[in-house]
Design a protein around this ligand. Structure first.
Ligand code: ADP
Ligand code: MG
Length: 668
């Protein structure tokens, strides 16, 4: 039944079916699982005086005058005055002239639409009805199909199979975790009777997705623990390593190194996530892991998300390990690249540092024993799997500056153990962060020029490279020109991702060595860049960045014992932006900021890219709910322990849905 073609549903003809097909929706099941991307809450009428600009709202009004009809720039507009006890409103429709026949003076009606507050209050393209529409689903925008067509199709689809939707979860699980049956959940996810019903529905669907995913994660873990990995000898490595370091390791670093040593000695492949705030000293840990590999005659690879970062790592490594270090990046000349590939293949390179370029097929390692991924959130699960293929069950360490709860980490990264660096190197002063009003902008740049004379360097980050109509804050190009003019005695450079590699390198080197004072740049410096003498971070258009990103950017300063400052400039004000800025001025704690970011934006945005599922039935939509994650993780373990037919059926379902995401799992 669920596999029936869409045309079997009443009201869906070949034409509409074709439109759905462009979305990858070909059968009844596909359509049922296309959940709304949003909902409009028209469960109660809002008094006109309380309407908020931009919100979607229902009002109950009396049509108070005759409708008027305009033509403007090839559009027709119909407008009608209306009111309730608290105020007046204009109802406006674009290109819907037929509406005029529906409007009768004195009639009382509900009108639902988007509020615009500009020269009075209006409601744009409202729908009119005698009863409140309740909670209305909003589906993805598709050319040639309006929301009404979506809703009609969905309703017809639900009705055609309503009593034939099989229940995938065992009754015991439904009962233990208070979950509604699938059929009911689908019904309410599309057409909820109430907020509560919607929440129960989403919880149920999220639970199922998360549970099945965790089953895969658990199976993968069991599989890993069965594998033979290389058992590294770690004796003496730490002493040799620390003897070369210019500082002594913090307690937290030593603890993590011990955890990694235990993993690497064990005869199963390590799979560990290292979380530590920006500046907590993760690079040293990466070096240690690669030293263990090298000490055992094996190669180690460090994967970095940007070329700038890869170069910086390569430089640090070369200082310690000389010409056993090789750098591989996308922008290399062929001769250089071939030389690097050769050293990687013949084993003369022991420390291999690179970008995504390391993943390409012609990169063959001689004997890859350990892989470290820096700033893991920039890489997808698939890329991690591709890297693993390059060795024979190599040890894997992934590092992230974005601390997140364990269960969410499981969703993002799959099966792994977690280490945390919860301590900064000694002598760091907390960065002082303040919000700069437009009126103080000039003073701030004067301060930066004065600091430059004292030898203190600054970053100035802009959201865009070039001027554009849509962005109101300055671009890298514009600001660079402006500052050049304004601060003639300051040495200013610009850096962005679209520059030639050689130019980027030259600019970065000049900044590192202090030949330039101010670097006007984009988020290319967001991760990992380390210039201790840069103590001031200016972020223009700060409202355009998410909290975790602001924290990362700020983390570029405060890397020495000198007091560092972060100045946030922003144009538009809304309560959410204010809240973000406030959080930034109040705390330097990455964990706190990550939590807040999770709350404000939800996990999908939080990780930047969607890593799972090709459609929007987002595994991550449930990841906000810590309890749901815990329960689903527990249920997955129970199901696998219990074994039997039910468990086998769920494993099959899980591998159908998520098996390919985490690589093939040996079933036996
Ligand atoms: P992140 O965790 O953000 O990658 P880094 O590894 O880049 O941080 O370290 C930031 C800076 O702190 C580097 O200059 C590094 O040399 C320094 N550092 C790391 N560990 C220590 C330590 N134990 N004592 C003093 N400085 C340290
Ligand atoms: Mg780093």
């Amino acid at each position: 039944m669920l596999e029936s073609p869409l045309t079997s549903v009443k009201g869906i003809g070949p034409k509409r079916a074709e439109l759905f097909e462009t979305l990858g929706v070909t059968c009844v099941r596909d359509l049922l699982f296309r959940l709304p991307r949003d909902y409009l809450d028209y469960t109660k009428a809002v008094p006109i005086s309380q309407l908020v600009n931009g919100q979607n709202a229902a009002v109950q009004v009396r049509i108070s005058g005759a409708a008027r009809y305009f033509r403007k720039k090839g559009m027709t507009m119909l407008s009608a005055p209306a009111q309730d006890e608290t105020g007046k409103i204009t109802l406006k429709w674009f290109n819907q002239p037929y509406r005029s026949s529906q409007l009768q003076i004195g009639e009382i009606t509900y009108a639902c639409g988007r509020v615009l507050k500009k020269n009075g209050v209006s409601l744009l393209n409202p729908s009119l009805s005698q009863a409140l529409p309740g909670i209305v689903p909003v589906y993805p925008t598709v050319k040639g199909m309006n929301q009404r067509a979506w809703r009609d199709s969905m309703l017809a689809c639900l009705e055609s199979v309503w009593d034939k939707i099989p229940e995938p979860l065992p009754r015991t699980i439904l009962e233990r975790y208070s979950l509604v049956p699938l059929a009911l959940a689908l019904r309410h996810a599309h057409f909820p009777f109430s907020r509560e019903a919607l929440e129960l529905a989403r919880r149920r669907l999220d639970f199922e997705n998360t549970l099945l995913y965790f089953i895969i994660v658990e199976l993968q873990k069991a599989e890993r623990l069965r594998q033979n990995g290389f058992s590294f000898d770690t004796s003496g490595v730490l002493n040799r390593f620390t003897a070369q370091l210019p500082f002594s390791l913090t307690k937290a670093q030593l603890r993590v190194i011990e955890e990694i040593s235990i993993d690497m000695r064990a005869p199963v492949p390590m799979n560990r996530l290292l979380q530590g705030d920006v500046g907590s000293g993760k690079t040293a840990i990466a070096m240690y892991a690669l030293c263990v590999a090298a000490g055992n005659g094996k190669q180690g690879a460090l994967l970095a998300p940007t070329e700038i970062l890869a170069e910086q790592h390569a430089q640090n490594f070369t200082e310690l390990f000389g010409d056993t270090v090789v750098l591989l990046k996308g922008s290399m000349k062929k001769a250089q690249r071939d030389a690097a590939l050769k050293q990687i293949a013949d084993g003369s390179a022991l420390f291999i540092v690179g970008t995504h370029a390391l993943l390409s097929e012609d990169v063959r390692f001689c004997d890859l024993g350990c892989i470290v991924t820096d700033e893991q959130h920039r890489f997808g699960v698939r890329q991690r799997a591709a890297m693993l293929e390059k060795g024979t069950r190599p040890d894997m360490l992934v590092m992230s500056a974005t601390p997140i709860p364990r269960t969410l980490a499981l969703i993002l990264y799959g099966d792994l153990d977690i280490s945390v660096i919860d301590e900064l190197p000694p002598g760091r002063k907390p960065i002082k962060t303040s919000v700069i009003r437009a009126s103080k902008r000039e003073d701030m740049y004067a301060y930066i020029a004065a600091q430059a004379k004292e030898g203190v360097q600054s970053y100035v980050v802009c959201p865009a490279i070039e001027e554009s109509d849509t962005i109101e804050c300055p671009s890298v190009d514009a600001l660079y020109a402006e500052l050049k003019k304004k601060l003639p005695e300051t040495r200013i450079a610009k850096l962005h991702g679209q520059m030639k590699e050689a130019d980027k390198e030259r600019v970065m080197r000049a900044f590192r060595t202090g030949e330039t004072d101010v670097l006007v740049t984009t988020t290319v410096i967001e991760v990992g860049v380390h210039v201790p003498n840069a103590c001031i971070m200016v972020i223009e258009g700060a409202e355009r960045f998410g909290l975790s990103q602001l924290h990362q950017l700020r983390g570029r300063v405060g890397r020495s014992a000198k007091q560092a400052y972060c100045f946030l400039l922003y144009g538009v004000e809304s309560s959410e932006e204010n809240e973000r800025m406030l959080t930034m001025t109040q705390t330097n704690d990455g964990f706190e900021i990550a939590q807040k970011d999770l709350l404000l934006r939800g996990p999908g945005d939080f990780i930047g890219t969607r890593q799972h599922g090709e459609d929007g039935s987002g595994l991550l939509s449930g990841a906000m709910d810590a309890r749901l994650l815990e329960e689903a993780a527990r249920a997955a373990k129970e199901i696998l322990q219990q074994g039997g037919e039910e468990s086998a059926r769920l494993i099959e379902l899980a591998s159908e849905r998520y098996g390919t995401l985490l690589g093939d799992i040996a079933m036996n």
